[in-house]
Design a protein around this ligand. Structure first.
Ligand code: FAD
Length: 289
């Protein structure tokens, strides 16, 4: 049944890959190896995250331009508005456009301190970018609700506003409870949100780190998952296999539920993401049956 399911999928799946700016020469090498391995899968775009401190801003910029130049694949910088003035943001937007960048992931960014009320939200950034140029904009969505949201409904309305302001798709926060994504997608449709709600898939090989991220971002780690990784604290090879198996189950259920677009949080590694794409029928052109 599994094989049949996968054969049915050939050809109509879109993928995108997310990377982060590396901080050491070794990590830099890992990033480029991964970019070059994954480019063969012809993703819709490759995106690069954007750190809170301004040092990382330039690195995002440089990596995006290199991906674009070296691979010919659309490269999307993440851009946050919380730590920049409107003038700075307009300047960055124009510079990207002049360099042939047409895709942007538009975010608010995390608050430097919980008490400080932000001057701008992501919706304001989407508007600003659309005023500058007709970028293809992705925004963030939260199946398990953003930690600061007043309510699930308020968070959903915020997403609707971002789409109404011109976003072409929403990429979700990672999740492990597939049902929460499916329920969220239904609620988006009911709210009249008519863009793809692209699941953000995090293949987990470092469970400890992933649990920490999950806690910070209000993402539930199901009990069965704790059990799966139990006893593997010192066994990265088995963890990697378990991670592949969990993520594979996830994308299989999602594709059966009609999901056609997948965003992968690669953590700059190619192996798990490549395997997941392969099983989804996303393969280099030359070997497509
Ligand atoms: P918004 O959509 O502005 O929402 C933020 C919160 O404010 C929500 O709780 C919302 O409900 C609430 N809200 C919105 N408008 C109002 C209002 N008018 N009044 C009161 N509350 C309101 N962070 C980075 O720093 N760099 C990255 O590269 C990055 N990439 C990401 C990629 C993805 C796919 C995702 C899902 C997240 C990413 N993040 C990144 C994290 C993101 O910046 C944080 O989650 C941030 O806290 C919220 O960003 P947002 O764009 O969702 O904000």
């Amino acid at each position: 049944a599994l094989n049949q399911n996968i054969a049915d999928l050939d050809g109509d799946i879109n993928v995108s890959f997310e990377f982060f700016p590396p901080s050491t020469p070794t990590m830099e090498e890992t990033l480029w190896n991964s970019v070059h391995r994954l480019k063969a899968l012809k993703p819709k775009f490759m995106s690069v995250t954007y750190g809170a401190n301004s040092g990382e801003r330039d690195r995002t910029h440089d990596i995006v331009k290199s991906i674009h130049d070296q691979t010919g694949i659309a490269a999307a910088p993440h851009l946050t508005c919380i730590d920049a003035t409107e003038d700075e943001l307009r300047h960055i937007a124009r510079d990207y456009w002049q360099n042939g960048i047409r895709d942007i992931v538009a975010l608010r960014g995390d608050l430097p301190s919980p008490e400080k009320k932000p001057d701008m939200y992501a919706v304001d950034l989407v508007r600003l970018l659309k005023e500058e140029h007709d970028f293809d904009i992705s925004v963030a969505a939260y199946p398990e609700v953003h930690p600061e949201a007043k309510s699930a409904q308020a968070d959903l309305i915020n997403l609707k506003r971002k789409v109404d302001a011109g976003a072409s798709r929403a990429i979700t926060q990672f999740f492990f409870d597939v049902e929460s994504y499916l329920r969220f997608r239904d609620r988006c449709v009911a709210a009249g949100i008519d863009v793809e709600i692209v699941p953000g898939i995090l293949p987990v090989s470092n469970f400890k780190q992933a649990s920490r991220f999950a806690k910070m971002t209000n993402v539930r780690v199901p009990q069965w998952m704790h059990k799966q990784y139990q006893g593997l604290e010192d066994d990265p090879v088995t963890r990697q296999m378990v991670g592949a198996s969990i993520a594979l189950d996830m994308v299989r259920v999602l594709s059966r539920e009609g999901v056609k677009d997948f965003h992968f949080y690669t953590l700059n590694r190619a192996e798990l993401t490549y395997a997941l794409c392969h099983t989804l029928g996303v393969r280099p052109l030359a070997v497509t049956p």
